[in-house]
Design a protein around this ligand. Structure first.
Ligand SMILES: Nc1ncnc2c1ncn2[C@@H]1O[C@H](COP(=O)(O)OP(=O)(O)OP(=O)(O)O)[C@@H](O)[C@H]1O
Length: 301
């Protein structure tokens, strides 16, 4: 199976401004990959380089195992920076024009309209569409060629919560049908809900790459026990120094262990004559992680 996206040391300067620096990105077949970062982090520039709209300063990129060239984008669909449609044509007629232009059978038009749930309004003029409907028509256009890879730049930008939820459902359905999706977002919650893997970009550099499941699995067990220093020594000798952190509030110790170890740890502390006043599992705080990595630019909602 071909690798949908692979970049090696991809770099883009706009004059003295570093937009993207040394980016090594791999998107795997069938996954929904979330490219997350604050405004100005370099997401759009990266996607534009992938789509051949911006020339990289240096580095290498491949889509579906092809190097940039004449047929490079044949198997790729994209929704980037609001597609343009004829305002006085219906959604359906706009798609027919695009299908003819792309050499795609018009029989694809009702299929893609159904995929984005726009069949009921397909006969209405584009000018009368809501933001969410416009965005869905853009997605329908990107799907005309039955792409193996879909590249979506901030696909929920400007949508209301219901529109965002619809977009997420559609993206998951497309992935379930075997389409690989690379989407950018500055919304942590969105990436968390729809993506399998996430790459966090800040100031042009990839600062974290992980599966969403891994991000969620890194919880901690918070312990408060007295006397504090003896409790800390006990836990360090039992679990290893690397798993024990002094907490951010007074006399708390955070343990990087599995939740299932709580009872056994409590037993050990009590057995050593320590007085335990708190033992609490804390889910990982993804928001805190992203705020730290991006200097506060990623929004949690
Ligand atoms: N055409 C351009 N000319 C000069 N600088 C640019 C150009 N396009 C982007 N930049 C700069 O490159 C950096 C990355 O911008 P980019 O649009 O890729 O970020 P982004 O993560 O997509 O942000 P946003 O979410 O705001 O779209 C920014 O500093 C931006 O000002």
């Amino acid at each position: 199976m071909s690798t949908p996206v692979e970049t090696t040391a991809l770099t883009k300067y706009y004059g003295p401004t570093v937009a993207v620096e040394n980016l090594n990105l791999t998107v795997r077949p069938g996954e929904v990959y979330g490219f997350l970062g604050p405004n100005g982090a370099g997401k759009t520039t990266t996607l534009r380089m992938l789509l051949g709209l911006v020339k990289p300063t240096s580095g290498r990129l491949r889509l579906l195992d092809s190097a940039p060239g004449p047929r490079y984008l044949d198997r790729v669909g994209a929704l980037i920076e609001g597609p343009t449609f004829y305002p006085y044509l219906s959604g359906r007629d706009n798609l027919r024009v695009l299908a003819d232009h792309a050499g795609v059978s018009r029989s694809r038009v009702p299929e893609v309209l159904a995929t984005v749930d726009l069949t009921g309004r397909a006969g209405d003029r584009y000018a009368t569409y809501s933001m969410g409907m416009k965005q869905r028509l853009g997605l329908a256009a990107a799907l005309l060629k039955s792409p193996e890879l879909l590249v979506l730049d901030e696909p929920t930008n400007g949508l209301d919560p219901a529109g965002m939820a619809d977009m997420r459902v559609t993206v998951r359905e497309l992935a379930a049908d075997g389409c690989t999706v690379l989407l950018s977002s500055h919304l942590l919650a969105e990436v968390e809900q729809v993506c399998d893997r996430v790459g966090v970009i800040n100031e042009g550099r990839l600062v974290l790459e992980s599966t969403v499941a891994e991000l969620r699995s890194g919880g901690t067990l918070r312990v408060r026990a007295a006397p504090f220093e003896r409790a800390r020594g006990h836990l360090e000798s039992r679990l290893g120094v690397a798993r024990v952190r002094v907490g951010d509030v007074d006399s708390a110790i955070d343990l990087h262990v599995d939740a299932a170890q709580a009872a056994e740890i409590n037993h050990g502390l009590v057995g050593a004559g320590l007085s335990v006043s708190e033992l609490r599992w804390r889910e990982p705080d993804l928001e805190e992680t992203f705020l730290r990595l991006t200097g506060g630019g990623v929004s949690a909602d």
